[in-house]
Design a binder for this molecule. Structure first.
Ligand code: DHB
Ligand code: MG
Length: 224
């Protein structure tokens, strides 16, 4: 907790109230985060809308997501791609997938979403082996130690122009510690290094404060 935490929350509440339409299905999906193995890990409403806007700006019709939980960001992305778009979302836990299925139904986007249950690296490997048509937009928001593996799979499943967003890259500032013993921090540092070293990828990262505390995301574009 930080001294400004309360104000960050108030500002987020104001921005969301002013600009972000969260219907009953989205609100329920957000609340259902409590029924998953990782309560409160879903993106904030204004972050969900950012993902939707980015997907639409990219003209994305094919979206890949690592980490479904209750399906909150999945709904934002599924609505963004429209009724002819597809979202494939990878979730480790059947418990979470069951919660997500109900939320996707309520949001009326089930028909455009495939939830694949199991370790995301294995699921992604099967998509690669099946020569799956490349995705236009990828959201990586699952277990952080696996970020480097998820990036590699995402690039294998991408085309020049694909946009990749990686959540939670700041973690209360912990990202700056090269000696961190937190495997999640090391997962973030490793993936940022991999992005920097890959000539196919252009990227930036932003710190964020708000209802989710102090964190941030990386925005990546495959350029060749
Ligand atoms: C954690 C993961 C998330 O995706 C998130 O948004 C917040 C926290 C976590 O691993 O603690
Ligand atoms: Mg996250």
């Amino acid at each position: 907790m930080y001294e400004s935490d309360g104000l960050w929350r108030q500002v987020d509440a104001y921005l969301v109230e002013t600009l972000v339409d969260e219907d009953a299905a989205l609100a329920q999906a957000r609340e259902d985060g409590a029924l998953t193995t990782m309560p409160r890990a879903e993106v904030a409403p204004n972050q969900g809308k950012l993902l939707a806007l980015l997907a639409q700006m990219t003209g994305a019709t094919r979206v890949l997501e690592f980490g479904t939980l209750a399906g909150y960001s999945t709904i934002w992305l599924a609505r963004a791609v429209g009724e002819h778009g597809r979202v494939t979302t990878l979730e480790l836990q059947e418990q979470n997938a069951a919660v997500a299925r109900a939320n996707l139904e309520r949001a009326r986007v089930s028909e455009r979403v495939d939830i694949i249950v199991g370790p995301a690296a294995d699921s992604a490997r099967r998509l690669i082996d099946a020569d799956t048509e490349p995705y236009d937009f990828v959201f990586i928001d699952a277990d952080k130690p696996s970020n480097p593996e998820y990036l590699k799979a995402s690039v294998a499943l991408s085309h020049p122009g694909t946009v990749i967003v990686i959540d939670n890259v700041v973690r209360d500032g912990a990202v700056v510690d090269p000696d961190s013993t937190d495997a999640r921090v090391q997962g973030v540092r490793a993936v940022l290094g991999d992005i920097a070293d890959d000539p196919r990828l252009e990227a930036t990262a932003l710190q964020t404060v708000g209802s989710k505390g102090w964190d941030g995301f990386t925005l990546v574009r495959r350029i060749r």
